[in-house]
Design a protein around this ligand. Structure first.
Ligand code: HAM
Length: 425
């Protein structure tokens, strides 16, 4: 038997109803905050992620699905392509490529699959889905303002509330600007020098190439050493400190609770200033339901104009795992199952079904070859509210036998009144 590749999975009904419920709710929330949808390609040139996310991050160094294009055209040959491991770099590339600032498009959202070659476990997959949003634009549009950071965080609290997730924790930090980080990296290098020999090989490499990434280390034995390292907040300059204080004071004003986590640096290199994660207890080891932050230099790093930005991505798989609502509670069962009874009745049933569906009723059908018992079993199995018998006598009389499958009550309803009867709860 051919199975789906490691780390991928089929999303089946009724679970897909939960996914649709989540996506419909977040689209409503995005609309209220004036975000518009963007869809970027699922693969991009590898260079985009190397430059955008950072060569030394786990994502780029170990987790990307990358291949060399074997296209026929000379221009395709040898081009390195990668399945997107995240969507921020793609959105910023599109922002630059289409000069989106000219169109005043600075609040964008996306919903779609991402790919990382990680070790699969509960809540961690190789193909997973993100619901994300980015606010990006010229300084003149206020995109560097702490008000945007607070708006994004308040949107997230609203969004989680809307889908019924309550027990979240917002962890907040500021990772400063590049100059702060250069000073911090130097201090980290010095602090790591006497102890790095006792750390894992990844950390030994990171200590030389990009010491900040030491904070991404998950090796339990390294954690006591990481606990003793300096933290970024000691190195923030005045402007970054003021920015961070302002984000927190707006959050206080709109009553969004948060905890400060000085060791939160996020696993992507593009972050500046505000960095955050929302965690949820029910998720176990992979407890980050979403992450995000500010990336004021990303557009320039990708060859674009100055365009400060901030955004987030929710792990949709993890969001669905933390829902208390069940798939059964959001799935819409058939209002009526039509049982055509006897030769020629498929045609009549098709006509009745067409009439009823015009009224936004959920209708399913059997087949004229089915015995009544088989139709009842099929209607029961799909959880239909009513069964409607369409036989020769009913068609001739212009009225049909309609049976409520829960109560067992049966009535005869004239054809013209059927839809109204079924729309009544
Ligand atoms: P990230 O923290 O790498 O950030 O991913 C965001 C979220 O995606 C995580 O918190 C997690 O819920 C989910 N996620 C990541 N990897 C997996 C996986 N293998 N399986 C299941 N879920 C996963 C970003 O991707 C940034 N682009 C977010 C951002 C947008 N920052 C600014 N704008």
């Amino acid at each position: 038997m051919i199975k789906s590749p490691r780390g991928t999975r089929d999303l089946l009904p009724p679970d897909t109803a939960l996914w649709n419920f989540v996506e419909a709710a977040v689209r409503d929330v995005f609309r209220a905050y004036n975000f518009h949808e963007i869809r970027t390609p699922i693969f991009e040139s590898t260079e985009l992620f190397a430059r955008g996310v950072g060569e030394e991050t786990d994502i780029v160094a170990k987790e990307m699905f990358t291949w060399e294009d074997r296209g026929r055209a000379e221009s395709d040959k040898g081009q390195s392509l990668t399945l997107r491991p995240e969507n921020t770099a793609g959105v910023v590339r599109a922002y630059i490529e289409h000069k989106l600032w000219d169109r005043g498009l600075n609040k964008l959202f996306y919903i779609g699959p991402q790919f990382r070659r990680e070790r699969p476990q509960k809540g961690r997959y190789r193909q997973f889905y993100q619901i994300g949003a980015e606010v990006i634009g010229p300084v003149s549009a206020g995109s560097q303002s702490p008000a945007r950071d607070a708006e994004i965080l308040e949107l997230l609290a609203t969004l989680l509330d809307r889908v019924g997730i309550t027990n979240w924790t917002l962890e907040l930090n500021s990772v400063g600007c590049p100059a702060d980080r250069a000073r911090f990296s130097e201090a980290l290098r010095q602090a790591l020098a006497p102890v790095v020999g006792k750390m894992c090989t990844d950390c030994q490499r990171r200590a030389v190439t990009n010491p900040l990434r030491v904070f991404d280390c998950k090796v339990p034995e390294d954690q006591p050493i990481i606990e003793t390292l300096p933290t970024i907040n000691e190195f923030l300059d005045d402007a970054c400190r003021v920015h961070y204080e302002e984000v927190k004071s707006i959050l206080d004003a709109v009553a969004i609770p948060y905890v400060e986590n000085k060791r939160l640096v996020r696993g992507l290199d593009y972050y500046t200033r505000t960095a955050f994660e929302f965690t949820h207890g029910a998720l176990g080891a992979q407890n980050a339901i979403l992450g995000g932050g500010r990336y004021d230099g990303l557009s320039e790093a990708l060859g674009g104009p100055a365009a400060p930005g901030i955004g987030f991505a929710i792990g949709e798989d993890r969001l669905v795992l933390s829902l208390t609502a069940s798939a059964e509670s959001v799935v819409r069962k058939p209002d009526v199952y039509i049982a055509p009874l006897g030769p020629g009745m498929n045609r009549e049933a098709a006509r009745v079904a067409r009439e009823l569906r015009r009224h936004d009723l959920v209708v399913d059908l059997g087949d004229e070859s089915f015995r009544l018992k088989k139709s009842f079993e099929a209607a029961d199995k799909m959880g239909a509210r009513f069964i409607l018998i369409v036989g020769e006598n009913e068609v001739a009389a212009g009225a049909f036998a309609l049976k409520n499958l829960a109560s067992g009550e049966q009535e005869t309803v004239p054809r013209a009144e059927l839809a109204q009867r079924l729309l009544r709860k």
